[in-house]
Design a protein. Structure first.
Length: 206
């Protein structure tokens, strides 16, 4: 149980997990992917609350532990103020958690997915430099193509882009041959792997 404060100022306890094991909890993966894992209903105003709370996701069969920190702790994570857990990968916010979980679910390499996002977002920025779009991995379809959703290009629309598997395989091979090249290492800040690490640098240099 965790103590929750609703915007209506009601404080209540809710059955919101701090840790989940995706191998042991058969419903957790579906709840994580549909957004309901960290959701609850306020007993006073009946508002549905989608919570930005710390969560550790263990997935032994994928040899992975994902630690999600709230968006408000991003600076602490990238500045090194937040001490990372050993052998854990970090994400910031629920959207990044769902994204990384989907990547692992589909047996893909997270570094390559973040590198693909960078290419997609650079193309989007070329179309409209005033926009600050974000990209999330969705799934690998039956043909092997990788589906990404890009938010922020148009105010009320989500752009859906599909990447052929051969491009993913090409970047995967390049990363394996050159893992220490700057365009790959720049995606990392300690245990936090995200295209945002590069995009924030690009923004600060502008």
């Amino acid at each position: 149980m965790r103590k929750i404060t609703c915007p209506c100022e009601q404080v209540f306890n809710a059955d919101i997990p701090e840790k989940v094991d995706l191998d042991q909890d058969t419903d957790a993966l579906d709840k994580l992917m549909d957004g309901s894992l960290l959701s609850c209903i306020c007993p006073t105003c009946n508002a549905e609350l989608n919570l930005d709370l710390p969560l550790t996701v263990s997935w032994p069969s994928r040899k992975a532990t994902i630690v999600m920190v709230p968006e408000m702790e991003r600076l602490a994570l990238v500045s090194g103020t937040l001490s990372p857990k050993k052998n854990a990968m970090y994400v910031v916010g629920y959207a990044e958690l769902a994204d990384r979980t989907a990547v692992l679910r589909d047996g893909l390499e997270p570094v390559v997915i973040e590198a693909l996002k960078y290419r997609l977002l650079q193309k989007a920025k070329e179309t409209d430099p005033q926009k600050n779009p974000v990209a999330f991995y969705e799934k690998r379809d039956e043909s092997g193509e990788l589906e990404f959703h890009i938010h922020g290009i148009r105010e009320t629309e989500v752009a859906v882009t599909r990447i052929p598997s051969r491009l993913y395989d090409s970047i995967l091979g390049d990363w394996k041959a050159n893992p220490d090249r700057e365009d790959y290492t720049a995606l990392h800040v300690g245990s936090y792997l995200s295209v945002r690490n590069i995009l924030l640098e690009d923004s600060s240099d502008a």
